[in-house]
Ligand binder design. Structure first.
Ligand code: FAD
Length: 295
């Protein structure tokens, strides 16, 4: 990429290996990896990127991201410095996109608020959770969201959830939209109640998700009323490997990096699993993990 040199007040890295920023630990370099300091810095960065026609994507902590081995031509923007959480009314909380899910649950708990404890164990940021409509136990974060602050076409705009379309692990946004913050309307809840919710979730995840290797959580969405792991098991795919990527022995909807996997290994393994599931059940699995970058 022959970008004109430009600067931001935050941090700007070049040729940054994306395996450092994804939980699957694979992915080639991003031409630019930008960590803007604040909204003004972000807007300045976007103006430069647009002027030079450099494409960009925004990431959270990379817990749901598979970056191909060729890396990312353009810029990756991390909002990790946008991590403030504020109480804006008796039961309303505003969380910036880079805040961790657990930090938001703890912030609410300390103010006697709750109702969103199910996100406490989902690794990642509020921005990533909103974008994915992350959820657990039949609930998604967007059901509990009042409105979103988006950066769209260079302007900061607020959208009520009633103006947006969303569903299971899905939020419809326009290309280039950046989630800056989300507002939640919570309920009064004793701190002890939330503590119990977090404890149960931690225990459950320890028993189900402790797969011993890097993963991105569930690799495939659950198709209409069916569990992907059951379909994958029925297709005989548990434990199957391609290079360093493997269908976890512990949880067959987790594809894991056993040590030296490449993104190509994961893509080939995902294809093998999808073909086997289709052949045995007629169901086409859809990736929950976001796949980006060049081959
Ligand atoms: C062990 C394990 C368990 C998991 N359990 C669950 C679970 O129970 N439920 C669940 O739903 N998920 C689960 N996941 C997946 C993952 O934690 C979630 O999808 C999480 O919300 C990703 O957050 P992130 O900040 O890492 O986002 P990233 O992976 O960095 O990004 C995810 C997507 O959101 C986009 N994005 C990120 N931030 C922004 C922003 N500010 N504006 C616009 N777009 C943005 C990215 O471009 C990408 O498309 C699990 C993962 C692991 C590793």
């Amino acid at each position: 990429m022959n970008a004109e040199p430009f600067q931001i007040r935050g941090q700007l890295l070049r040729d940054e290996p994306m395996n450092r920023h994804t939980s699957l630990k694979v992915g080639g370099p991003a031409d630019l990896f930008a960590i803007p300091e604040d909204a003004e810095d972000l807007q300045g960065l976007l103006a430069c990127l647009q002027e030079q026609r450099i494409p960009w994507i925004t990431i959270g902590r990379g817990y749901n991201l598979l970056v191909r081995d060729g890396g990312i031509r353009g810029a990756v923007i991390s909002l990790e410095r946008f991590n403030r959480i504020t109480l804006i009314a008796d039961t309303q909380i505003l969380a910036e996109a880079g805040a961790e899910n657990l930090a938001m649950v703890r912030f609410a708990q300390q103010r006697g608020l709750g109702g969103i404890g199910f996100i406490s164990g989902i690794p990642g940021t509020i921005g990533g959770a909103i974008r994915m409509n992350a959820g657990a136990y039949g609930q998604g974060i967007l059901e509990h969201t009042e409105c979103l602050t988006l950066l769209r076409d260079g302007l900061v705009r607020t959208f009520c959830m009633s103006d947006l379309q969303y569903g299971y692990r899905h939020l419809h946004l326009e290309a280039g939209d950046i989630v800056l913050a989300a507002q939640f309307n919570l309920h009064e809840r004793e701190a002890q109640h939330t503590e119990e919710e977090i404890r149960k979730d931690t225990e459950l995840r320890r028993s189900k998700h402790n797969v011993g290797f890097p993963s991105a959580g569930s690799f495939f969405k659950n198709p209409n009323g069916q569990a992907s792991w059951r379909l994958i098991d029925a297709a005989g795919m548990r434990g199957v490997r391609v290079g360093g990527a493997q269908v976890s022995e512990q949880h067959s909807n987790f594809l894991v990096n056993t040590g030296n996997a490449t993104a190509a290994d994961f893509l080939q393994l995902a294809k093998t699993v999808k073909n086997a599931v289709f052949a045995t059940s007629g169901v086409t699995l859809e990736e929950e993990v976001r796949i980006v970058g060049d081959v």
